[in-house]
Write a protein that binds this ligand. Structure first.
Ligand SMILES: CC1(C)CO[C@@H](CC(=O)O)CN1
Length: 429
């Protein structure tokens, strides 16, 4: 019966073309977690967690309207889950008016790390700034103290670069030039060349990345004297895909040569070792279960994965975060002779209890250790890879909080020498 149900709203980007349709894999993952937490007798005893879902299509306007649907239709919701940075921004900015915590499983924008704008936001998806301490650590490891930045003019990369600049200043790393472009990188790449940039941090979406790589080939900004840092969450063979359809005027071979040796950084979203997590599953057990569910709709055997597959553990762990936070809140409210069932959108007292419980929620999930910073950001490990002969090889992991770099010593440099960050002028005495 409805009286023992705890209701939450789930806003997933499923249909639509613009942005990230990651709800395709994240919604099924969320429902797997719902099934699992409701089986646990020790979690929310006497209650059942219920998820009411809607499609935002990764459009903030549609996200706002489905949010109102969720709020203005019974039953009363206790929390909202959302994906896509644009939708999460809209929902999290509004939800505080209803005293609702918002938990985002698919939002990477650094702008969301702002308690003044988003006082009730938490995310199991790390901010894009999570790459920056790793980039700095690698520059220090290889002795690069002069770097260049090449970015696409998109909000997520603009705010990521601001964070990177601050960290470079703190680390005494000079940014010799920062070039940005809207969609054609030709001039920006030419300016890198003019400034004799050697160590280049590249921040762009994958379509722009292909244009940049071809331009770097044409302007010979690749090879033994250069190192590029690209984002690690592109498809593995991204540099060879869609060359005709996107009018890339380089051949596969030229793209591969320009890509040789580049480094990538990315947040780890699938727990790396085979530990059993709170669900009793390892991340590989989770993968098998998720694939079984998805194979009803997608041709998983032939690697035809839905969008959001990479982020699915973040959605799965988001539902576990809700269950643990509500469980803690129920225990706290019992001492006040209250229950989550008493919550209304004007009840600041219970809202504060839910916030405090979420803020201190920590557990081992299929996406790794789940914990939130004071800004509600996901604390995550990052992974470093290098492209060698068209294949990515894992070079190591970085734990920012512990400042611990796990390094496998597998990096390869053309000619066997670490590229320099500048032209070495040999003084002939
Ligand atoms: C790693 C990526 C692809 C970054 O964008 C996220 C979507 C968003 O921030 O809108 C999903 N995960």
């Amino acid at each position: 019966n409805g009286s023992n149900q705890l209701h939450i709203g789930g806003i997933f980007p499923i249909a639509g073309k613009g942005g990230w349709q990651g709800g395709q894999a994240c919604m099924p993952a969320a429902y797997l977690a719902l099934e699992d937490v409701n089986k646990r007798k020790d979690l929310l005893p006497g209650f059942e967690l219920t998820l009411h879902n809607n499609d935002s299509e990764c459009e903030p306007g549609l996200g706002a309207s489905v949010m109102y649907d969720l709020l203005y239709h019974k039953p009363q919701k206790l929390m909202l889950l959302a994906g896509c940075s644009t939708v999460c921004t809209t929902v999290a900015e509004a939800a505080k008016m209803w005293n609702l915590v918002v938990l985002c499983y698919g939002a990477s924008s650094p702008a969301l790390s702002d308690r003044s704008r988003f006082p009730t936001l938490f995310r199991t998806h790390p901010s894009a700034t999570v790459h920056n301490p790793t980039r700095i650590k690698l520059m220090q490891k290889f002795g690069w103290s002069k770097i260049a930045i090449l970015q696409q003019a998109e909000e997520v990369f603009i705010s990521t670069v601001e964070d990177l600049e601050n960290r470079c200043k703190e680390a005494g790393i000079e940014i010799v030039t920062r070039q940005s472009f809207l969609s054609d990188p030709t001039d920006a790449v030419r300016n890198l060349r003019r400034q004799d940039a050697r160590i280049i941090v590249g921040l762009f979406y994958v379509v722009a990345a292909r244009r940049v790589l071809c331009e770097m080939y044409k302007q010979q900004l690749y090879g033994r004297s250069y190192v590029s840092f690209f984002i690690g969450w592109y498809e593995d063979n991204w540099f060879e895909q869609n060359l005709q359809s996107e009018n890339i005027s380089c051949t596969r071979d030229e793209m591969r040569r320009a890509a040789e040796g580049h480094l990538t950084t990315e947040a780890i979203m699938w727990n790396q070792n085979n530990e059993k997590t709170v669900s009793g599953m390892s991340s590989e057990d989770f993968r098998i279960r998720l694939n079984k569910v998805l194979s009803k709709t997608y041709d998983i055997e032939n690697q035809r994965y839905p969008e959001g597959y990479q982020e699915a553990p973040l959605a799965y762990d988001a539902v576990w975060s809700v269950a643990f936070a509500f469980n803690k809140t129920m225990e706290r409210l019992k001492t006040k002779k209250k229950s989550l069932k008493d919550f209304t959108y004007t009840d600041k007292d219970i809202a504060d209890e839910i916030y405090a419980a979420m803020n201190s929620t920590q557990f081992l999930g299929v996406s790794g250790w789940v914990a939130f910073s004071s800004q509600g950001d996901r604390i995550a490990l990052t992974q470093i890879e290098q492209m060698v002969n068209g294949t990515y090889y894992k070079l190591g992991y970085y734990d920012t909080l512990a400042d611990n770099l796990t390094w496998f010593n597998k990096e390869q440099w053309i000619g066997g020498k670490v590229p320099q960050d500048r032209t070495i002028v040999r003084r002939v005495l």
